[in-house]
Design a protein around this ligand. Structure first.
Ligand code: GAZ
Length: 265
C-alpha cells in the first residue's frame, strides 16, 4: 500500500494541472506522490490493471489502494482529506455559485479544443464564434456574481483551479490561429479574471513556450499523443525536453513540419 496518495498524471495535461494547482494552494504538494505517465506510449500493464475500464488521467490512488478518477472529483476529495486550508467556499450558497461556474467548464474547454483541432478553414469562423460565445457567458456570470474584483470570490479558489489550466492551453489559439478574445467591454470582466488566474503564483506549472511546443500536433489535428502522417514522434514526447526544441512554425492550415524541424529527433 502507498504511504501517501499517488496522483498518476500526464505532464502538461490540463486536468492534471488542476490537481497540482489545488495542492499548491493548500500547501500540500509534499503530501502526495506523483506518478508520471507518458501519453505517447501504451500504458504499462500494472497501470491498466489499476485503472480498469477507462484509461483517462488524472487518477488518484488512496493510501488503502483504491482508485479515484475525474479531475473535479479528485479536487474535492483532496480538499476534504486535507481540511486545514479549505479551498472550496465555506457556505452552501457560495459553494453553489462556485459550482455553477464550474458546471460551465465543459462547454468552454470543448469549444477551444474544437477550434485548435479543426483543419478546415471554412469552419473556422463558426468555431471562433462558438468560443467567443463561451467567453461572453463567463463574462456575464462574473459580471453578475463578482463585479469589481479579480476572482469569483476574494481569492483564487476552486473555480479558478478548474479554469486556469485551460486559459493557459488556449495560448495555442493565440500562437497557431493568431486569435484572442476581442478587447471590447463585453469581454472585460472575463479578461480581468483570466489575467489574474494566469498570473497567480500557485498556477505556474507550465509556460507559454511549453504549451506552444507540445501542442503543435493538436494544431494539426492530432490530439492526445496521436501521430500525424509522416511523423515518427509526437510533440508530446517527454524527451527531448521542450526547452531544447525550436519554436514551431505558426500557421496551422498550411504545410506541416517534420520531426527534425520540431526538434523531436
Ligand atoms: N474528464 C476527465 C477529467 O479528469 O476531468 C478528463 C481527463 C482526460 O481527458 N485525460 C486525458 C487522458 O488521460 C489526458 S488530457 N487521455 C488518455 C487516455 O488514455 O484516455 C481532452 C479532451 C478535451 C480537452 C483536453 C483533453 C486533454 O476536450 O488534454 O477531450 C477528451 C486530455 C475538450
Amino acid at each position: 500500500m502507498p504511504e501517501k496518495p499517488i496522483v498518476y498524471h500526464i505532464p502538461v495535461c490540463p486536468f492534471c494541472q488542476r490537481v497540482e494547482i489545488l495542492l499548491e494552494l493548500k500547501g500540500k504538494r509534499a503530501s502526495v506522490d506523483f506518478g508520471v505517465v507518458d501519453i505517447t506510449v501504451p500504458r504499462p500493464a500494472w497501470l491498466m490493471e489499476k485503472l480498469r475500464d477507462s484509461t483517462s488521467l488524472p487518477a488518484l490512488e488512496t493510501e488503502d489502494g483504491r482508485i479515484l478518477k475525474e479531475s473535479l472529483v479528485i479536487l474535492r476529495y483532496i480538499d476534504e482529506i486535507f481540511p486545514e486550508t479549505p479551498i472550496a467556499r465555506p457556505t452552501p450558497y457560495e459553494r453553489a455559485v462556485e459550482n455553477m461556474l464550474i458546471a460551465m467548464e465543459g462547454g468552454f474547454t470543448s469549444a477551444g479544443y474544437r477550434l485548435i483541432l479543426n483543419q478546415d478553414p471554412e469552419k473556422r469562423d463558426a468555431l471562433v464564434e462558438e468560443l467567443f460565445a463561451q467567453f461572453r457567458k463567463l463574462d456575464a456570470f462574473l459580471s453578475f456574481h463578482a463585479p469589481g474584483r479579480d476572482f469569483l470570490f476574494d481569492r483564487f479558489g476552486l473555480a479558478e483551479a478548474v479554469y486556469t489550466p485551460f486559459f493557459m492551453r488556449f495560448w495555442f489559439l493565440e500562437y497557431y490561429e493568431g486569435l484572442d478574445i476581442p478587447d471590447t467591454p463585453e469581454y472585460a470582466r472575463v479578461r480581468r479574471w483570466r489575467e489574474a488566474c494566469i498570473a497567480h503564483p500557485a498556477a505556474q506549472q507550465v509556460t507559454y513556450e511549453e504549451i506552444v511546443k507540445l501542442y503543435y500536433d493538436y494544431a494539426h489535428g492530432a490530439g492526445n499523443g496521436g501521430l500525424l502522417p509522416g511523423r515518427t514522434r509526437s510533440s508530446f514526447v517527454l524527451t527531448p525536453d521542450h526547452r531544447s526544441r525550436p519554436m514551431p512554425p505558426r500557421g496551422k492550415y498550411g504545410p506541416k513540419a517534420t520531426d527534425a524541424e520540431l526538434g523531436l529527433v
